[in-house]
Design a protein around this ligand. Sequence first.
Ligand SMILES: Nc1ncnc2c1ncn2[C@@H]1O[C@H](COP(=O)(O)OP(=O)(O)OP(=O)(O)O)[C@@H](O)[C@H]1O
Length: 331
Amino acid sequence: MKEEVVLKVEELQVYLPSQEGMLRAVNGVNLEIKKGKILGLVGESGCGKSVMSLSLLKLLKNKDWKTEGEVRLKERNIFSLSEEEMRKQRGKEIAMIMQNPMSVFDPLRTIGSHFVDTIQNHIKVSVREAKKIAIENLKKVSLPEAEKIMRQYPFQLSGGMLQRVMIAIAIAMNPDVLIADEPTTALDVTVQYQILGQLKSLVKHNNTGVLLVSHDLGVIAQMADEVAVMYCGYIVEKAPVEELFKHPAHPYTRGLLASRFQLNKKRLKPIEGQPPSLLNLGNQCPFLERCSEVEAACREYTMDEVGGIKNHLVRCVKYARGKEMILDELA
Ligand SMILES: Nc1ncnc2c1ncn2[C@@H]1O[C@H](COP(=O)(O)OP(=O)(O)OP(=O)(O)O)[C@@H](O)[C@H]1O
């Protein structure tokens, strides 16, 4: 059966001109978010995950950010929409769950007032009906005493409860696309896994297409159908989740996997060195100086050359230049 694409990102560039030069945070990204599927986006801190996520909703705070390429939400390029048109899409067609709920809620307004506003922005219903919808959605994320929560202020709820409220608001309009940027990073592990499990069953049930941003490969393994690995604003590898964990091809992906904690591993093997600055980044491989497999050909390779097979894409000279190892390793 053909999978329905709900959000298509084509050759997305996001950059910030400054006196020191150009900060290139997102570099030529192509991605598809499909109905009912979770696309995981993983990468080290500072690699551009949040800038990319915010650009998909036209929510970049600093107005000096420039974007190029297209983000097609149901066939409409969001970069050609006015702020007013975009506001109508947000919440209804595309919604976001942020990392830190405290930064999203106004401390002086009750949860109910936030919720009712969001609903009334998108559908014509009375306050009473909006409250009913809000309570139904709070129950879906297992919040006990939903009626009481509606009357409470953000500071009266724990981090886990607030994160659940944000999920409830995000799913209330049954959006086609949900962008979840590190939705549980700030929470302790038991709450984190409960909330992730719930989020997964809700989005699968509603057939929502999700971009799940995380630096945690365990979260990605549990949640995602497909994974994109980001490094210095480039997607360096993209594959179905099992394929990526069984046959990681890019040396950076392999480095990430080797550096994660596992009980049966005696020693973690962190990736040596630091990512280069995104300021005035060229289009040579940005992993070159850290890569343990570097070879002469790497110095001539540019990041627009993509290799791999079928649905497993890799931006590395070995694969881009079609060495036999692709088929050997991925057979
Ligand atoms: N408002 C801003 N002004 C200038 N530079 C910024 C701004 N926001 C982000 N950046 C820079 O853009 C780059 C990408 O940052 P981004 O927050 O997207 O990374 P990230 O992968 O989401 O990291 P983390 O996992 O730590 O949130 C970084 O170099 C960051 O310093």
